[in-house]
Design a protein around this ligand. Structure first.
Ligand code: SF4
Ligand code: SF4
Length: 343
């Protein structure tokens, strides 16, 4: 595993990072095993968040005793200084450390988020002070909104930007990355598998490796998954015509608007199983109608309970028209059901 410079920050990190969401679903011992396996294979960069339930605690346990050998990034979703500092102290405690290498303002998506964090007494002021106090080495920011991410980068206030990047969602490669590079920022790519929509690690990382100054942070939930991705880094990167055609096939299949399964929209007050129901079209394109109807029945039937309250729309960082997409998926599910009933 190659090491790379993290922008002009002075930090050196492994060219592949570790995203801290999937370890949430593992028990503590298993999570520690997976984290230590990644470390043994050369991964030194670990990204988590206060919002990722017990992910920080598991990371803290895995790297207790070798803290200085790993670079840890975490985040606060809080917009005011008091709560952001409370989350920072909690992160330090959970991760058994007295400093965070990279502390990120999490998911600054809209103007109101930016106004809140930069207001007097806001989160930014608090983390700048925490950096002066030595609790944070670098301050970064994350966003899912391209125009906001570009604005955040151009403020020159941050050492890193984290944004979704994969061969389906590659808009960041232009203005965002160009601006970040000019300012010597570290660039972190979340969702190299497009939230699970790309199920081919080979082409996913062939694409990512074309950007050697961008660190992808796939989530891992097993040693096997770690080994699979690390093995792709063992040889020079060659993207063939066939690879490009395979990438194009995914792009055509998913279109511009698709659910990344981040689950920020949940829970739905009416119990609609939004994430699996949003995936019906893609499931149906990869399986037979009979299998998809059976496999997704519960989620699809839950759509009937939607009362169009709009709560999920406000929460979706990709600003997806969730109700319309659920309706379109439900129509397709119904069509499949009717076709099956005629057989
Ligand atoms: S709009 Fe429908 S799916 Fe979305 S939160 Fe409200 S009830 Fe749930
Ligand atoms: S609908 Fe939006 S918020 Fe919900 S899982 Fe999909 S991408 Fe995430």
């Amino acid at each position: 595993m190659r090491n790379m410079k993290f922008g002009k920050s002075g930090l050196e990190i492994s060219e592949l990072g570790f995203g801290g969401i999937p370890i949430i679903r593992l028990d503590v011992d298993k999570a520690v095993e997976v984290l230590r396996c990644a470390y043994d294979r050369g991964i030194t960069f670990y990204d988590t968040a206060n919002a990722y339930r017990d992910s920080e605690e598991k990371i803290g346990r895995a790297f207790d005793g070798i803290r200085g050998k790993v670079i840890i990034a975490t985040k606060t979703i809080m917009r005011d200084g008091k709560n952001a500092l409370e989350q920072l102290e909690n992160s330090l405690c959970m991760m058994r450390t007295d400093y965070i290498d990279l502390y990120q303002l999490h998911q600054i998506a809209q103007e109101k988020d930016w106004k809140a964090v930069t207001a007097p007494g806001g989160a930014l002021e608090a983390v700048v002070k925490a950096k002066k106090d030595g609790k944070i080495r670098l301050i970064g920011v994350t966003s899912h909104n391209l125009s906001m991410a570009i604005k955040l980068v151009r403020t020159g206030l941050f050492s890193s930007i984290q944004f979704p990047f994969n061969f389906i969602e590659d808009a960041a490669k232009d203005e965002l990355y160009t601006s970040a590079r000019k300012l010597g920022m570290g660039i972190i790519a979340m969702k190299p598998f497009a939230g699970g929509m790309i199920d081919n690690a080979d082409i996913a990382f062939k694409f990512m490796r074309q950007y050697p100054d961008v660190v992808p942070i796939p989530g891992f939930d097993s040693e096997k998954a770690v080994d699979e991705v690390i093995s792709l880094y063992q040889h020079p990167n060659v993207v063939t015509k066939k690879d490009r055609q395979r990438m194009e096939k995914y792009r055509m299949e998913l279109g511009k608007q698709f659910c990344r399964r981040c689950e920020y929209c949940q829970p739905c007050p009416q119990g609609v199983m939004i994430t699996p129901a949003m995936g019906y079209k893609i499931v149906a394109s990869r399986m037979s109608p009979a299998v998809s109807v059976e496999f997704c029945r519960l989620a699809m039937e839950s759509i009937k309970h939607c009362n169009e309250c709009g709560t999920c729309l406000e929460r979706c960082p990709y600003e997806l028209p969730i109700q319309e997409m659920l309706k379109a998926n439900y129509d397709l599910y119904e069509q499949h059901r009717i076709e099956l009933s005629k057989l």
